[in-house]
Design a protein around this ligand. Sequence first.
Ligand SMILES: *Cc1c(COP(=O)(O)O)cnc(C)c1O
Length: 376
Amino acid sequence: MIVFNKPYCSGRELKYIEEVSHSMTMSGNGDFTKKCHAFFEQKYGFRKCLLTTSGTDALEMCAMLCDLQPGDEVIIPSYTFVSTALAFLREKANVVFADSSAESPNITAEIIEPLITPRTKVIAVVHYAGIACDMDAIMALADKHNLLVVEDAAHAIDSCYKGRPLGSIGHLAAFSFHETKNISCGEGGMLVVNDERFVRRSEIIWEKGTNRAEFYRGMVNKYGWCDLGSSFLPSEFNAAFLWAQLEQLDDIQNKRKHIWEIYDHALRGHVDETKMQLPVLPDYATNNAHMYYIVCQSLDYRTRLMQYLKDNGVQSTFHYIPLHSSKYYAEHFKGAPLVNADRYGDCLVRLPLYYELTGDEARKVAQLILEFAQNN
Ligand SMILES: *Cc1c(COP(=O)(O)O)cnc(C)c1O
């Protein structure tokens, strides 16, 4: 059986976790947390990083920092994970769902612009599959209308837009280290603050509304309650696990890209026969091989393809149910039909892609897809 995902382990995770268990700091913001922060800040030029207990938490911190009033509007793609919407809804904002583009699940400035109203405060983009949205156009639009931009970079570690790391472009960004992401600590995430205005408040929100981080740096002689917040910081055990993965980041990325290329090489030459839409890498984007997906011609075709793969020992999965048509939201949705989001919801399939997957396994999966296409 070729399973859909196997979380990566470098082998040093347990060693570092053991170090934590013998140390005096097991709660958050200890040495491993600081090492992770420094790694990301140096490698990617993020202004400030704060590890969180999940990508969802990082998005919630973004939403809190945006300081929204009830009824303020936040534009997000419909084709995304629930957390992108949840974070803002919890702040009593209204989410306005944008359709995906025809070429990829990403949203574009052209799609966003008509959705902007006097109540719009934030655009939250998702770099789907780790492939960048066209950020220059989106940042220019945000500038023109005085909006904040949050990058949901959950898929997007170690990927770039015009040479700039994803997560470093918007005012705020959120990463995820869930076990399904390129690097993981089981459940984990990270807030990135690029706009200086939010740096101080981000630390306070992270530390239960207190200025404890400043106290530990010796900047104040006692700490206390200053603002809203929550317990967003992960324990040192999580950070130690994550650090073991960061040490192997280049190796992980190279291995994933190798598998991605095998899929792409096998399938790209057959798009005319298979009528499948494959991932597009615009000139401005790099590939971090978070995901290889194919978009089938119909829901029925996808259902049968996934069954065929399963019958032949391969687990594949579909991805999001567009949020505007979800059970929770559908009755509130008043916008125009979102045809591309619906199409990705019905027709997109994700193929197995992880460190331990062998080239032969990937070639077998691609071969099965082509075989199915020939007979259907
Ligand atoms: C994984 C993911 C999240 C949530 O991250 P968690 O760490 O699971 O909370 C948010 N947005 C997107 C696009 C994701 O893929």
